[in-house]
Design a protein around this ligand. Structure first.
Ligand code: XIL
Length: 299
C-alpha cells in the first residue's frame, strides 16, 4: 500500500491524525492529511472551552469544520474530549461540588447529542491520574466533586450516544511498570467488574526523554485488552522521531488484536504542539521523514 491509512486498513485498523481547523486552508497540510490518514481527531476544537464557551451556550463551529472535512473525505472521527481538568472554560473552572458535577453531565449530553451516531470513539474522560509514584487520582476540580466522577461521566455518555465506543485516555501509561499505568489498570478492571460502561483505553504515547518508549508497551496493550476493552494509540509523537521507535509502536499495536488503530498528533513537525521536538512523520515542507517510511513498512 502507498498510504498510511490504506496500509493500516489491511489489518482492519485505521491510521489517524490530529487536525487543527485553522490549518485546513493550508493546501500542503490538507493534501497530506487527506491522502495519508483515514481517521481524524480534532486537536482542540471539540474540547470543553471550544464547545461550551458560555454555560448553556454550545458552539460547534470549529468542531464541525473538522468533523465535516473528515466525513466529506471519508474518514472516521475520534471525539476528544468531554471531561478533563484542562482547557475548561472560565465558567466551569469556577464551579465546584454538585454544580460542577451537573455541568459535567450537561456538557457530555450537549456535545454527544450534537454528534449522536457520528463518532467512532469518544474520549469521555482525559488525564484523570496523577503522574509519579502515588498511583492516585490527579487533584482537580472534577476529582474534588467525588471519586465517582469518572464512572458518572461514562454512564452519562453511554446514555447520550449508545453507538459510540467510550474511551478513557491518558499519557505516561504506556510503560507497564509505572504506578500510573497500574492505577489506570485497576480502574478499568473495577469498571468492567461492576458493569460501568467503558469500551476502550487510549494511550496518548507522547514519548520523550522523560517518558521514553519502552518495549513493555506491548505488554500494557495486551493486559488492558485482556480486561475486555479495545485499546488505541491516540496522540502519538516521538521526540526526535526515531524510525525504530515509530516502527516499534506500530508493531505493538499490530500484535494486539484489540488495538483499533494509531493516531499521530499532527501532520508536519511545524504543526506539532511540540514542534521543537521534531516528533512527527512529515517535514515542514511536507516531505516524508524516514519515520514515515518506517511506519509504512511496519504496517
Ligand atoms: C494539546 C494541543 O495539541 C495544543 O494545541 C493545546 O494548546 C494543548 O493541548 N494531551 C491531550 C491533548 O489529550 O488534548 C493535548 O493537545 C496534548 C496532551
Amino acid at each position: 500500500e502507498s498510504t498510511l491509512g490504506a496500509a493500516a486498513a489491511q489489518s482492519g485498523r485505521y491510521f489517524g491524525v490530529a487536525i487543527a481547523a485553522n490549518r485546513l486552508s493550508d493546501s500542503t497540510y490538507a493534501t497530506i492529511a487527506n491522502r495519508e490518514f483515514n481517521s481524524v481527531t480534532a486537536e482542540n476544537e471539540m474540547k470543553i472551552d471550544a464547545t461550551q464557551p458560555q454555560r448553556g451556550q454550545f458552539n460547534f463551529t470549529a468542531a464541525d469544520r473538522v468533523y465535516n472535512w473528515a466525513v466529506q473525505n471519508g474518514k472516521q472521527v475520534r471525539g476528544h474530549t468531554l471531561a478533563w481538568h484542562s482547557q475548561q472554560p472560565g465558567w466551569m473552572q469556577s464551579l465546584s461540588g454538585s454544580a460542577l458535577r451537573q455541568a459535567m453531565i450537561d456538557h457530555i449530553n450537549g456535545v454527544m447529542a450534537h454528534y449522536k451516531g457520528k463518532i467512532a470513539q469518544w474520549d469521555v474522560v482525559n488525564e484523570a491520574f496523577a503522574d509519579g509514584s502515588s498511583g492516585a487520582r490527579r487533584d482537580s476540580n472534577l476529582q474534588r466533586t467525588g471519586n465517582d466522577w469518572i464512572e458518572v461521566a461514562f454512564r452519562a455518555a453511554r446514555a447520550a450516544d449508545p453507538s459510540a465506543k467510550l474511551c478513557y485516555n491518558d499519557y505516561n501509561v504506556e510503560n507497564w511498570t509505572w504506578a500510573k499505568t497500574q492505577a489506570m489498570y485497576a480502574m478499568v478492571r473495577d469498571f468492567k467488574q461492576r458493569g460501568v460502561p467503558i469500551d476502550c483505553v487510549g494511550f496518548q504515547a507522547h514519548f520523550n526523554s522523560g517518558s521514553p518508549y519502552n518495549a513493555n508497551f506491548r505488554t500494557t496493550l495486551q493486559n488492558f485488552a485482556a480486561l475486555g476493552v479495545d485499546v488505541a494509540v491516540t496522540e502519538l509523537d516521538i521526540q526526535g522521531a526515531s524510525s525504530t521507535t515509530y516502527a516499534n509502536v506500530v508493531n505493538d499495536c499490530l500484535a494486539v488484536s484489540r488495538c483499533l488503530g494509531i493516531t499521530v498528533w499532527g501532520v508536519r513537525d511545524s504543526d506539532s504542539w511540540r514542534s521543537g521536538d521534531t516528533p512527527l512523520l512529515f517535514n515542514n515542507d511536507g516531505s516524508k521523514k524516514p519515520a514515515y517510511t518506517a511506519v509504512l513498512n511496519a504496517l
